[in-house]
Design a protein around this ligand. Structure first.
Ligand SMILES: [Zn+2]
Length: 504
């Protein structure tokens, strides 16, 4: 599969620059007294906050073709693909950034044929040389100093060029107009917008979230995060949003939208659908563990860029900021490990899903309490200790079974209001009173069985009464007929003596 991959050079550059970035973060924390959250991120982390990813981002797209491979697409269709990239970032960033994209007026002709550039085996330097060549060709027409980033878009597919799209960081290429370009992306003419957006995320500083080891062995490579982030999605579902981890790092999901809870603590919070911030609801819940590890809890519902996701519900991820990109710094917690895919990893309080995540070691549980629909979609979630989580799990299962029973098609009459009673039990569960909810549901189901026996008795009585009435009426008719026969016909002649008709 033609997939894009961050170049080796980028990983090296990232590793090299980590120390410097940490230095910056440490310096900032000394002067500006940041929140506890910011400190947690800064300590021993490979993933510090990414600053300055706000406002207008000017992107230049430089078109390059080869002596042996001319371009095919119209410049207008390339502009169109980039406008989809721009819409994506405007939406997922909650309007924090907007891209203005300029596509070069013409295709520049490269010096060598397409297969030559990456044939030497020295990937990073070969790509760098290709970039330098492209910049030199366009330098007369373009003021590079006017742009924040540059995409070199070459003719053909990435498979023809080197098998992948690339983002190169730490380049330091000087152009004729005095600009120094640190970061470029190399995409192919036939790359879909979602791949270009993935590369642009690298340019913003985000790591790959799929698994490099399984990617190079050719097997399913996104098992760390499945389809739930554009940095791991293999695009079977076309597109996806960014997980809250990336949104928080980029500063697009502000601190006030993230609620931090400590293990063993119990806290219920309303969490909004990812992609819609709201004053009264959180975008994510962070459960702080230790050593730069934590859980993030977020809602993923079939709206916006999650519209084509295979499932919806509450997504829980485990973040370990000491793990390198491509080795699972973020891992999605699978609610259904038996299915062997992360497509259905989300938690939810509905039939067939698991409503509670349990972590005995850290004394943490995450309970899905209820789906919210007023003021946008979301969930009420409770973070609690392990024991309470176990109780919640048992209750949720019992409630779902009870609901299944009282809404089954064999259940026709609802004279005792068991359906309402079970609904009430769900309401009680949503307040976090799991014991109370269990008892309520149990009582409702008890009424149900009592109800069934009474209904059977009533039905038998009604049938018996109907039969009795029928038998009685038949008897009465027979009796009347017999009485009629016994009456002497002479006393009551058919025709009266005066010739008038029967008067009976
Ligand atoms: Zn990548």
């Amino acid at each position: 599969m033609a997939f894009h991959k961050i170049a080796i050079g980028v990983i090296l550059a990232l590793a090299l620059s980590t120390a410097a970035l940490q230095g910056v973060a440490a310096g900032a924390s000394a002067t500006s007294a940041p929140s506890a959250q910011a400190q947690d991120v800064a300590q021993g982390s490979l993933y510090p906050r990414l600053d300055g990813r706000q406002g207008e981002q000017k992107v230049l797209v430089l078109l390059v073709e080869f002596p042996d491979l001319a371009h095919n697409l119209m410049i207008s269709s390339i502009r169109n693909e980039f406008s989809r990239v721009a819409s994506y970032f405007y939406t997922v960033s909650y309007g924090e950034i907007y891209l203005t994209v300029n596509v070069s007026q013409r295709w520049y002709m490269a010096n060598r044929s397409i297969g030559d550039y990456l044939s030497g085996g020295d990937g990073y330097n070969a790509l760098r040389a290709f970039a330098e060549e492209a910049f030199a060709m366009a330098d007369g027409d373009v003021d590079f100093s006017a742009y924040d980033s540059v995409v070199i878009l070459h003719a053909g597919s990435s498979a023809q060029f080197g098998g992948s799209s690339y983002t190169l960081d730490g380049l330091g290429i000087e152009t004729g107009d005095g600009a120094t370009l640190e970061c470029i992306m190399i995409d192919a003419e036939y790359d879909r917008w979602v791949l270009i957006a993935h590369e642009y995320c690298h340019a913003l500083g985000l790591p790959d979230l799929y698994d490099y080891a399984s990617y190079s062995s050719g097997s399913y490579f996104s098992f760390y995060a499945g389809p739930w982030d554009i940095m791991s999605n293999d695009y079977r579902y076309e597109e996806s949003a960014l997980t809250s981890w990336n949104l928080i790092r980029l500063g697009w999901m502000p601190d006030r939208s993230v609620r931090t809870v400590m293990p063993s603590e119990t806290a219920a919070c309303n969490v909004n659908e990812l992609g819609k911030l709201s004053g009264s609801r959180y975008g994510a819940i962070r459960i702080q563990l230790n050593d730069g590890t934590y859980y993030l809890v977020e809602c993923r519902l079939p709206v916006r860029y999650d519209e084509k996701m295979p499932d919806f519900g509450v997504l829980i991820t485990h973040v370990n900021e000491s793990i390198e990109p491509g080795y699972g710094p973020l891992r999605v917690i699978d609610s259904t490990p038996s299915t062997g895919t992360l497509d259905d990893a989300v938690f939810d309080l509905r039939a067939g899903k698991t409503a509670v995540f349990l972590d005995e070691e850290n004394d943490v549980s995450v309970v899905v309490l209820r789906l919210l629909s007023a003021n946008g979609l979301g969930f009420t979630i409770e973070v609690t200790d392990y024991a309470n989580g176990q109780l919640a799990l048992e209750t949720a299962q019992f409630l779902l079974d009870a609901k299944d029973r009282v809404t089954s098609r064999f259940y026709v009459l609802d004279v005792f209001g068991e359906r309402a009673a079970v609904e009430e039990a769900f309401d009680t569960y949503a307040t976090g009173d799991f014991q109370g909810a269990y008892k309520q549901a149990q009582d409702a189901i008890g009424i149900y069985w009592l109800d069934v026996s009474i209904r059977i008795a009533v039905a038998v009585a009604v049938v018996a009464a109907v039969v009795l009435v029928a038998v009685f009426r038949k008897k009465v008719r027979e009796l009347r007929r017999r009485i009629d026969k016994k009456i002497d016909p002479l006393k009551y002649p058919e025709t009266l003596p005066d010739g008038r008709a029967d008067l009976r």
